[in-house]
Write a protein that binds this ligand. Structure first.
Ligand code: DAH
Length: 342
């Protein structure tokens, strides 16, 4: 082996490069190129074999020979890289052309099934209709919310135990823990108060977020509808009457509501409200109460002059009830066979 000369080696390299170049140029798919790469740059390739012969060269020649092998390898790699770009582009072009959808095409076939709004969207829109019919306006707030709007202003100061119950998802923005994905639609109460003078009659449907594992009754992303009424001499009777009117209007005759004492930091007194189905069974729907004076003050509303009630409930659960579905996850797996039924 010691007799191998650098000239020999150079010749072998040139042959290999020529072969590799024509093989690369001849490959017309990325799959073919992958095979060519294996042949000319892989473990069993001529180049690798040549490399293994370097040890048999005269020590004084080894460095130059090593450099020559490396130069060949880089040369082949460069040719390969250029060809791969071209071929991959061509393949993509062909695929795009094949998958192209003509959006200007008008279907003349009438038996195409047409889509419809998702169950949650249907419930959301119907709820808006019911409340707008009762004199409410629809308000909105951001989904990424400040800790202040979501908690402090709602009478939940830092370290308040109620914060634990919300399983908050924080967002990396500004000071640590200063921004979060709103855990409920209640911060829209504060935004509405800061944006306008009372009297205020608003509902705020929207998406809310909690660190929750999906199961039949929980999802990490779900929807709530918040209600807020601020006027002079608003009482608990107005709240109960509003909930009852909404229940009948949304669910129809045969459904009724009840309030049960509960506790929320943002209301005093607070209650939970349940809906009774025609079969007599009850469904826990949401919370409500007379807005706490601290909350009114945070929103710049004078609690001596104005009184207020608020309520909030889950839209998804209500849609389940309305459509007779028993697993919340069904709403979000987007199985057309399921969704088409509604
Ligand atoms: N924000 C509460 C929650 O997500 C629900 C709620 C309770 C809203 C009482 C209200 C209320 O407006 O008065 O659990």
């Amino acid at each position: 082996m010691g007799t191998k000369s650098v000239d020999d080696l150079q010749r072998q390299l040139q042959e290999t490069e020529a072969l590799a170049t024509s093989a690369i140029e001849g490959a017309s798919t990325t799959a073919e190129l992958a095979a060519v790469k294996q042949d000319f740059l892989g473990k069993g390739s001529a180049l690798t074999k040549i490399q293994s012969q370097l040890g048999g060269l005269d020590p004084s020649d080894r460095k130059a020979a090593g450099q020559a092998v490396n130069a060949s390898r880089s040369g082949i790699e460069a040719i390969f890289g250029r060809r791969l770009t071209t071929v991959a582009d061509e393949e993509r072009g062909v695929q795009l052309a094949a998958e192209r959808i003509d959006l200007t095409e008008v279907s003349t076939v009438n038996d195409q099934p047409s889509g419809h709004a998702h169950i949650v969207t249907q419930a959301w829109e119907e709820l808006e209709d019911v409340f707008v019919g009762m004199g409410f306006r629809v308000a909105e707030g951001p989904e990424a919310e400040t800790d202040w709007h979501n908690f402090d202003a709602l009478n939940i100061p830092p370290d308040h135990p109620a914060r634990d119950g919300f399983d908050t998802i924080y967002v990396q923005h500004g000071e640590p823990r200063s921004t979060l994905l709103r855990t409920h639609t209640s911060p829209v109460q504060i935004r509405a108060m800061l944006a306008q003078e009372p009297p205020i009659y608003i509902i705020a449907p929207g998406r809310v977020f909690r660190q929750d594992t999906a199961d039949a009754t929980h999802m990490p992303v779900f929807h709530q509808l918040e209600g807020l009424v601020i006027d002079r001499n608003i009482s608990l009777a107005d709240l109960a009457g509003t909930i009852e009117a909404f229940t009948e209007s949304y669910f129809g005759a045969g459904f009724s509501s009840r309030l049960r004492p509960n506790h929320f930091p943002f209301t005093e007194p607070s209650a939970e409200f349940d809906i009774q189905r025609p079969d007599g069974s009850w469904l826990e729907l949401g919370g409500c109460g007379m807005v706490h004076p601290n909350v009114l003050r945070a929103g710049g509303v004078d609690p001596e002059e104005w009184s207020a009630f608020a309520f909030g409930f889950g839209i998804d659960r209500l849609a389940l009830l309305k459509f007779g579905i028993d697993d919340l996850r069904e709403l979000f797996t987007n199985d057309m066979r399921f969704l088409q039924q509604f």
